[in-house]
Design a protein around this ligand. Structure first.
Ligand code: GDP
Ligand code: MN
Length: 378
């Protein structure tokens, strides 16, 4: 779960990291009032859970409260990479001398955290990283040792950051540890013309497994709000795990292991998965119907593969779910179904009896994947 910038800002502040004064509003008229309270001149910033807001026109300077209202009106409702702006943050502008990039991120492969830092932060950090990787320092952090003052000084020195940033690095590490974050990032961390070090932007990704400890950010359904992919939100609302991918075969299976191997088999047959949806181990007919509904709403899907090994969920229940879904959703793409395991024969008979022209059955996983790939690639 990612926090909004204004939430990350509150967290930073509570750990003693300096941030500009700010207010969050959802209406242009409130923006005018907030700007008055902040001293008139403000930076108006779109609150969406995606980066690159500056380049997308979602971060703008307003000279006075009237301009803040106009700017807020422009930014509110704006679409930034598929995220609708519903709130803006107004922040006191600062005079920037230098922009730095600092982050701590979990490196799963190496089993350590990484401090990533650069003296060339700001909106072009991706380009800096791509064209001059030597300008971005990567320092492993042993989670058992953490970021001591010495370690913080080492990171700052390696990245060419001024020594005063070490204190922020140590505090940022505390944010990561105590807030159960997988990522904390400040870009830009700035040195102002008066020499103050301030976090002007913030990204915090809280580990979803720690939600029970970090409950103040809301539950899953609340956080997967307006910003989430609409299909992911629809699936989450129904308690289903749906993941969007970039191919053309929609995949439904029961259980993470089976679904993962289905992805592999489809890829092995020359097609790419468009998404996958795990209906879980104890799926009912209703769950199957909900799942198909979600998958068929994905416009990239050219064929759907349902691969179910009946266990606790018997195949006849799955088949009934498919039949129910066929009644409620208008099937426009071919559906290949492979049912095996508990009550497979009964399940296949139910689908045969429905005799939908776009539904085919296959008896093996490989055969089903090959057929779905063939249909998708037509
Ligand atoms: P992002 O594009 O989504 O990462 O949004 P940021 O919050 O990082 O803002 C983009 C850029 O706007 C920053 O890199 C800064 O250069 C600039 N910016 C943000 N806040 C201020 C400010 O208070 N004063 C000035 N002068 N520039 C700012
Ligand atoms: Mn930024």
């Amino acid at each position: 779960m990612d926090l909004y910038e204004h939430q990350a800002r509150e967290v930073f502040k509570s750990y003693g990291i300096a941030v500009p004064d700010a207010a969050v509003v959802d209406h242009p008229r409130e923006a005018r009032r907030a700007a008055e309270l902040l001293g008139g001149r403000v930076v108006v910033k779109a609150q969406v859970k995606t980066g690159g807001r500056g380049k997308a026109g979602g971060v703008k300077l307003a000279a006075d409260p009237a301009a803040a209202e106009i700017t807020a009106r422009q930014i509110l409702g704006m679409d930034i990479k598929g995220h609708t702006v519903r709130r803006v943050m107004l922040a006191q502008p600062v005079d920037i001398q230098d922009e730095f990039y600092v982050s701590f991120v979990l490196d799963r492969a190496a089993g350590v955290f990484l401090a990533i830092a650069s003296a060339e932060g700001g909106m072009d950090i991706e380009e800096v990283a791509a064209t001059r990787p030597e300008a971005v320092a990567h320092i492993p952090v042993d989670p058992a040792e953490g970021v001591t003052d010495t370690k913080a000084a080492e990171i700052a020195a390696a990245a060419g950051l001024p020594a005063e940033t070490a204190d922020v690095l140590a505090r940022l590490w505390q944010v990561l540890v105590r807030e159960d974050a997988l990522l904390v990032e400040v870009n830009p961390l700035v040195r102002t013309t008066d020499g103050a070090i301030l976090a002007l932007d913030g990204k915090v990704t809280v580990d979803d497994n720690a939600r029970f400890r970090q409950a103040r950010w809301g539950d899953a359904s609340e956080v997967r709000d307006t910003d989430a992919d609409p299909l992911e939100a629809a699936a989450a609302a129904k308690g289903l795990t749906y993941v969007k991918l970039d191919g053309e075969v929609g995949i439904i299976g029961n259980g993470a292991g089976l679904v993962m191997s289905t992805l592999d088999v489809v890829a092995g047959r020359g097609a790419r998965p468009a998404n996958f949806l795990d209906i879980g181990g104890g799926a009912s007919a209703q769950v199957m119907a909900d799942g198909l509904d979600v998958i068929l709403s994905d416009r990239d899907v050219k064929a759907v593969l349902v691969n179910v090994f009946g266990g606790i969920t018997a195949c006849d229940a799955v088949a009934e779910g498919i039949v129910r879904a066929l009644d409620s959703v208008h099937l426009t793409q071919p559906l290949v179904v492979r049912l095996d395991g508990n009550n497979a024969a009964r399940g296949r008979a139910i689908l045969d009896a429905r005799a939908h022209p776009l539904v085919e059955q296959a008896t093996t996983m490989d055969g089903a994947a090959a057929r779905a790939a063939q249909l998708a690639n037509r």
